[in-house]
Design a protein around this ligand. Sequence first.
Ligand SMILES: *Cc1c(COP(=O)(O)O)cnc(C)c1O
Ligand code: SF4
Length: 348
Amino acid sequence: MKNKLWYDWKWQVQNSVTDIKQILNQKVTYNYNMRVTPYYMSLMKDDDNCPIRKQAIPSHKELEKNSINYEKYGIDITDSLCEKKYSPVSHLVHRYPDRVMIEVTNNCFMYCRFCTRKRLTKIDRKQNDLKSAYKYIRENENIRDVLLSGGDPLTLEDSQLEEIISTLKEIKHIEIIRIGTRAPVVMPMRITDELTDMLRKYHPIWINTHFNHPVEVTEQSQNACEKLINAGIPMGNQSVLLKEINDNVEVYKELCLKLVKMRVRPYYLYQCDIGEGLEHFRTNIKVGVNIIKELRQNITGFAIPAYVIDAPNGGGKITINPENIVEWTEDYVKLKNYLGDEYYYPEI
Ligand SMILES: *Cc1c(COP(=O)(O)O)cnc(C)c1O
Ligand code: SF4
């Protein structure tokens, strides 16, 4: 039995581990922030292969130089997705015509070691100034969907979050608001009744969370998702394919099945982005394709996420499918099913 404070999200924030010396007696200074909640620490095993440990605890590998010559491909590893180029005003990224992402905060409950935004989250800023973002959204009527991202938007107080959501809600052409948050996974106590009562006033609100491994699905994280879903919020999951963490068919399948059992729809499986200090997390694309292929054969269709690569140099998300079209002529398409058998489908 944990004491009462354990279930209080503010206590979890105050008692988060922010210094490697709190865990290891090791004198290393790191280029990137560290922060882990006591809750997430409690899931950790004293084993270097622990998937929780690998996501949360800094490693000297983050300081190693990349072995691939990304420049040859015109890729700037400090901003491989070219978010700067697609950012017309500060804290807003507009890559697709009908939707924008806004970075409401730079803070996270936990700093994931594989994070693409590692450099941004280094700047400790609780709440970003969104005035110019609001103005931009108001003036662009083709924007109908706003994604609140960061950092983790739920690190804000309910009142700060409500101010952002209600401001967006007042803009006529905004049809949906969605939030990307890892709180259900690393800080499930953040999902309070006060929070869900506030969010349900602003429907349609959608939430995507970020489970990477089946051991992250605990009773508490399950309760957190259930609370959000029972408040009428559809939930999706975006995970990142991580070397020696979840790059395995059995592990990933177990995760997807656990997610649908708690009514969270697997949405995306991301190829780990290119960036500084991330190389030890990256897998080959073949690994992801093979996972999707195996899932297609074995589990419920809606338990299978789309495998996506956020293309370097600002290409946006590209879905990668196992190749199902074998041949494409004017008269027919030759298709291959999950068993590898081929079928002709006449064109109209
Ligand atoms: C991923 C992303 C979105 C949302 O894309 P969906 O495919 O609709 O989930 C929006 N804006 C940016 C900049 C993104 O990277
Ligand atoms: S919660 Fe998201 S933004 Fe924050 S460190 Fe993890 S992956 Fe990055």
